[in-house]
Design a protein around this ligand. Structure first.
Ligand SMILES: Cc1cc2nc3c(=O)[nH]c(=O)nc-3n(C[C@H](O)[C@H](O)[C@H](O)COP(=O)(O)O)c2cc1C
Length: 189
């Protein structure tokens, strides 16, 4: 009884290779509508979605965000970022950054739920996506905040980025499912 919704949930994978053209406007609007329809604490909807499709800006932001991996305390992140060809945005043609008012009840949960809705909506349209944590890591530093401002990426007042993902048409085959842990469930009663 795996209906279409269930199949979309199972199909969603992190796509890391993209064609250069961004999703069509009508597809983007559907993705954003899915995000807006996520649950939020007390229905505050304290979120804001910043979409970047300007390719020159995207590449500048990508280079800046890579420095967050290069300077990370996590050795694995430093190692992958040190590879010349490594791109934190996988050369994707579009990024969506979900920011939310940091004084809201649960901005991180609200933002993450909105993003998951967007990832699933994108999947249902055959659009690939991948969470890009470097955005949050980079913006967490003072230098990161300054560079976002310098690049003209201004978030609403009191907003922090809590979720970011790149989107685009996959350049290759849809990814295989990485291993899932079947032992992550306890049912009581
Ligand atoms: C909080 C979070 C941070 C992530 N950060 C990154 C990232 O920076 N780069 C990346 O390629 N994938 C990132 N991912 C994607 C995970 O690597 C991916 O979801 C996981 O390997 C499972 O694969 P799947 O999404 O294809 O099911 C992140 C996922 C989450 C939930």
């Amino acid at each position: 009884m795996k209906n279409e919704t269930f199949q979309t949930i199972l199909k969603r994978r992190s796509v890391r290779s993209f064609l250069p053209e961004p999703p069509k406007q009508e597809e983007l609007e559907l993705i954003l509508e899915a995000g807006r329809n996520a649950p939020s604490a007390m229905n505050q909807q304290a979120w804001h979605f910043t979409v970047i499709r300007d390719q020159a800006l995207l590449r500048k932001l990508e280079t800046a965000c890579k420095s967050a991996f290069l300077e990370s305390t996590i050795e694995y992140l430093r190692e992958i970022a040190a590879q010349e060809s490594f791109s934190v945005f996988y050369h994707a043609p579009m990024i969506v950054i979900v920011t939310a008012d940091r004084t809201a009840i649960a901005p991180q949960y609200d933002s993450t739920l909105a993003m998951e809705n967007m990832l699933l909506a994108a999947t249902s349209l055959g659009i690939g996506s991948c969470w890009t944590h470097a955005v949050m890591m980079f913006h967490a530093s003072e230098r990161g905040k300054e560079i976002f401002r310098e690049l003209g990426i201004d978030f609403p007042e009191n907003h922090e980025p809590y979720a970011a993902a790149v989107f685009g048409y996959p350049a290759g085959p849809w990814p295989e499912t990485p291993p899932r842990n079947p032992d992550c469930v306890t049912i009581i009663g």
